[in-house]
Design a protein around this ligand. Sequence first.
Ligand code: ACO
Length: 271
Amino acid sequence: MEEQDVVSVHVEDGIAWVNFARPEKRNAMSPTLNRRMMDVLDELEFREDVGVLVLGGEGTAWSAGMDLKEYFRETEAQGLRGVRKSQRESYGWFRRLRWFQKPTIAMVNGWCFGGGFGPLFACDLAISADEAKYGLSEINWGILPGGGVTKVVVDLLPMRDAMWLTLTGDLIDGKQAAAMRLVNESVPLDRLKERTTEVAKMLLEKNPVTLKFAKDAVRRVGLMTYDEAEDYLVRMQEACNFHDKTDGRKEGIRQFIDEKSYKPGLGAYDK
Ligand code: ACO
């Protein structure tokens, strides 16, 4: 298969629809797919016509995790050099996605296994189909959830849920994933794209510079003490002010206080 085929990209109305596109392999992440994802993120990150990135999957899977043949068996056969290279490539695009310039939404249509939790966590928000199925299948073939996955479930879930998924390899569906807060919400598959579009449009209305600082702050402050977070947030707001050449916050106050044309409690100011 050609490299460009394993990820599909379509930009429309400010939304970059990026899909895992190996449906015949249930969108398992091969080294080729991992390299391609990094290129795609590079291409999209600072495009002016992209305000939100949605990561979906073609066919019946979102992603069946790492490709057991190409990512594990074939790279192990190349020795440590091959293993480390393929780890760098996958962890690299997960990290790039976690700190992506634009807000990101995982749109989970189907299977999401193991390594798939990496990009799931990397996306800022996650909307699931009720029909989707999530599982840490690592235990079923004799490894621990690596590549950051154990960290993902411990960060996102209560300890009992993280432990349950890790030790049993049990599947949960979209509704259970939403109840557990692994994803934000779950809707029937036939409403998944519509709901994801609604959420993306909500984000597109906001100040794009502020969105980047706000999403980074949510990921960063967790490990800080209160005092550190307070200090960090003051400095980040000042950096945000510097980067926002539209002086959006002043405009927002002006439209509310002087013009009385909108209410910040009820929606975003007119950019
Ligand atoms: N790695 C490599 N190939 C895969 C993977 C994978 N993770 N998942 C599916 N495939 C391949 C199958 O080998 C098969 O290939 P073939 O047509 O050449 O035989 C093809 O995709 C279709 O897979 P089926 O099993 O036939 O599809 P089905 O819809 O019946 O089942 C399911 C889907 C449940 C996702 C199943 O494929 C499966 O269990 N996959 C493995 C899931 C997994 O454990 N992933 C690893 C998680 S751990 C980690 O990521 C570190």
